[in-house]
Design a protein around this ligand. Sequence first.
Ligand SMILES: Nc1nc2c(c(=O)[nH]1)N[C@@H](CN(C=O)c1ccc(C(=O)N[C@@H](CCC(=O)O)C(=O)O)cc1)CN2
Ligand SMILES: NCC(=O)N[C@@H]1O[C@H](COP(=O)([O-])[O-])[C@@H](O)[C@H]1O
Length: 255
Amino acid sequence: MTNTDYQSDTIKDVTPEPLGARRIVVLISGSGSNLQALIDAQSHDRLGGGEIVAVISNIADAYGLKRAHEAGIEAVALPHREYDSREAYDGALIKVIERHEPDLIVLAGFMRILTPRFVQRFLGRMLNIHPSLLPAYQGLNTHARALTDGAASHGCSVHFVTEELDGGPVVLQAELLVTSDDTAETLQEKVRAREHLIYPIAVQWFLEGRLQFSAEGAKMDGHLLPEHGMRLSHADAAEELDEDLDEKLDEESQG
Ligand SMILES: Nc1nc2c(c(=O)[nH]1)N[C@@H](CN(C=O)c1ccc(C(=O)N[C@@H](CCC(=O)O)C(=O)O)cc1)CN2
Ligand SMILES: NCC(=O)N[C@@H]1O[C@H](COP(=O)([O-])[O-])[C@@H](O)[C@H]1O
C-alpha cells in the first residue's frame, strides 16, 4: 500500500452503537500476557460485556497471536516491516481494524508509535497499558530508568491514547514500592502482575460507559479524574493481588 492510497482514504466518523456484545480489537507486539488477562476476564464475564473479536500484531511470530488462536479469536499478523512508511502501515492497520467494527481498541504491548491520522480515527476509544506511573517515564525502558533514578515507587498506568506518546489522560494506576534488591527484571514481573489486574478493570469501566474521554481529560461517572487517574496504592494492589490469587487457588482446588 502506498501513501497515495492511504491519503485517498475517507474517514467514516460513525461509531456504530454496540448491538450485541461490545466489540474489542487488541493490538500486540509480543508475549501477550495482558491479552491473556483480558481473555481470562472475558471468559469469567468480567470485561463489561466485551468480546475480543480480533488480535492484530505488527510482529508475525508474536506469542500473543498463539494465545488468541488458542482462545478461538481471529489472530492477524500485519508486519510493519512490509510497509514503506509509518503512514502506509497505519493506513493498512486502520482498514484491518475497521473490518471488525470495534467499540474499543486496546493496545497491549503494542510497540509502534501511532500516527496522528490513526489516533484521530479512534480517539476516545483507544486505551494503552504503560509500565510506569505516568507522567513519569514515558517511552521505553521504564524499569531500568526508575532504578537508575532511585525511584521509591513504580507501577503501571492505563491511559487513553492521544497523539502525544504516553501523554494521554490516565484512567487507572497501580503502585508498588521499589525495594533495594529490585532489578529491572523483578520490577517488570511485579509491574506486569499489577497490569493484569488493572487493565481488565479499566476496559470493563469503559465498556460499561463509566469511563469517558473528554477534552478536559478522563472522566469516571462524569467526574474529571486527577492527572494520575485513580490509583491503587501499593497496599491496595497487594491486597487485590492476594485476593485474586486466593480466588485462582480456590478455582483450581474446585477443578
Ligand atoms: N501516538 C501514540 N502512539 C502510541 C502510544 C501513544 O500514547 N500515542 N502508546 C504506545 C505504547 N508505548 C508505551 O506504552 C510505546 C510503544 C512504542 C514506542 C517506541 O518507541 N516504538 C518505536 C519502535 C520500538 C521497537 O520496535 O522496539 C517506534 O515506533 O519507532 C514507545 C512507546 C503505542 N503507540
Ligand atoms: N511502552 C509500551 C510498553 O512497554 N508496554 C509494555 O509491554 C509489556 C507487554 O507485555 P505483554 O505482551 O506480556 O502484555 C507490558 O508490560 C506493557 O506495559
